[in-house]
Design a protein around this ligand. Structure first.
Ligand code: FE2
Length: 424
């Protein structure tokens, strides 16, 4: 007998045909237009969209939900955010970090986000947040995959203790090597940090994910170096450049060369549309730059592009509910990706492209994949982007871990009651 049989699903990434999905032992065992058989639960989703879970490819779990502590970022700038974070760090304790992370994970699960890559600031001699979040990784494992990146917020070389602390964090079990080359004192120091961090990852068999060229500086050249060192250390497909915002300001000829190097190194690019549009371009008058990397062109160059939420109610960003469809919608607007195929690519940036960047195994809607499934109150990806609809059901390994009632309004107009679901 099957554990779960989902009937009449429209599959994300598929055509308009409806399919049934059979689940047994936490895995998808069959996908076909008509599956008959006994099941512990039969769920008719009546043509709604079923997707593999949303993936947040870039987050900061240690800072999240600290909004207002001890004050809010009134200017909204990156620099005030960094200054504010240095005020928040000394007042954190392990219990507080864990309880905020647990709350954020509940928001994530409610939204169908079952994989998060979170950077954790290792520039703290106590490594308090590293220890706390490693515990959270294990605690939330039944519900979502939380991957940690050792992130030297104050600079791998600029902070004299960061090199040793980063190695200690990896020794404790942090999964991915981080970096922040544009924050080092010089371009040369940034380049040297990329070499050292890629060497570290190669020696330990780890992935790399660096905050890279997160500025408006058209001459920032760290992603070029990241691509070079990725190839030199044989790390192809295991390295992510996060943000890459300076690419929006670079010379077009130079970018045409750069993207070929990135493709050759099989770099993953992660943009954070909500944060990029609010933090970048702050020194501009008008015209004012948008600040997001060249998502459309990177995708056209066959580079895997995923999106992250980056921040939710923290020193850098006062808003957010960890809804990856809000992220995708912002990416769509900022990148002017309004064609049908482009909009579907925005959906992929918060689902399958993220899974690829994180190296998730058994992710997807094919037979043999984990039965991690999200049912949306929408009929296709474009409608999902337009409506940011209810996540009606969220399944992890075939078990329902979150549900939301359908959202339908009743409108009283012209003497009649009308149901409004915003479907055309
Ligand atoms: Fe970040």
């Amino acid at each position: 007998m099957l554990d779960l049989l989902i009937k009449n699903a429209r599959l994300a990434g598929g055509d308009t045909q409806l399919n049934d999905i059979a689940v047994q032992g936490g895995k998808i065992v069959e996908v076909a237009p008509q599956i008959d058989g006994e099941a512990g639960r039969v769920l008719d989703v009546k043509g709604y969209l079923v997707t593999a879970p949303f993936v947040d490819s870039h987050f900061h779990m240690d800072a999240t939900l600290t909004y207002g502590r001890p004050r809010v970022n009134e200017s909204g700038t990156l620099l005030e955010g960094i200054a504010l974070w240095s005020e928040v760090k000394p007042i954190l304790d392990a219990g507080d970090i864990k309880s905020r992370a647990h709350e954020l994970c509940r928001w994530a699960v409610a939204n169908g986000n079952l994989a998060i890559r979170s950077h954790v600031d290792i520039c703290d001699p106590s490594l308090l947040a590293v220890d706390a979040l490693l515990e959270v990784v294990d605690e939330v494992k039944p519900y979502l995959d939380l991957q940690l990146v050792a992130f030297p917020q104050d600079g791998f070389y600029r902070d004299p203790e960061a090199e040793e602390l980063l190695v200690r964090a990896l020794d404790k079990g942090v999964h991915v090597v981080g970096g922040i080359p544009h924050f080092e004192r010089t371009m040369q120091d940034g380049a040297a940090s990329i070499t050292a961090l890629c060497q570290l990852a190669a020696d330990r068999g780890l992935m790399v994910d660096m905050h890279c060229d997160e500025s408006d500086d058209p001459m920032s050249r760290h992603v070029e170096m990241l691509a070079r060192e990725t190839s030199r250390f044989g790390l192809e497909g295991r390295v992510t450049g996060s943000h890459l915002t300076s690419m929006h300001s670079m010379d077009n000829y130079y970018v045409s060369k750069l993207m070929a190097l990135m493709a050759e190194a099989e770099l993953h690019a992660v943009a954070n549309p909500l944060i990029n549009i609010t933090l970048q371009g702050r020194h501009d008058t008008y015209p004012k730059r948008r600040g997001m990397t060249r998502v459309k062109e990177l995708m056209a160059a066959d580079i895997n592009v995923a999106f992250g939420h980056d921040c939710v109610m923290d020193p850098w960003y006062s808003l957010g509910s960890h809804d990856m469809l809000e992220v995708a919608s912002m990416g769509l607007h900022v990148g002017q990706m309004t064609g049908q195929a482009e909009m579907r690519n925005m959906f992929k940036a918060v689902t399958s492209n993220g899974a690829k960047a994180l190296g998730l195994e058994s992710y997807g809607l094919e037979v043999g994949c984990n039965a991690d499934l999200v049912v949306l109150q929408a009929r296709d990806e474009i409608e999902a982007l337009r409506l940011r609809p209810a996540r009606l059901h969220v399944f992890r390994r075939g078990a329902e871990i979150a549900s939301t009632p359908p959202q339908i309004s009743t409108v009283h107009m012209m003497g009649e009651d009308h149901s409004v679901d915003f479907f055309l």
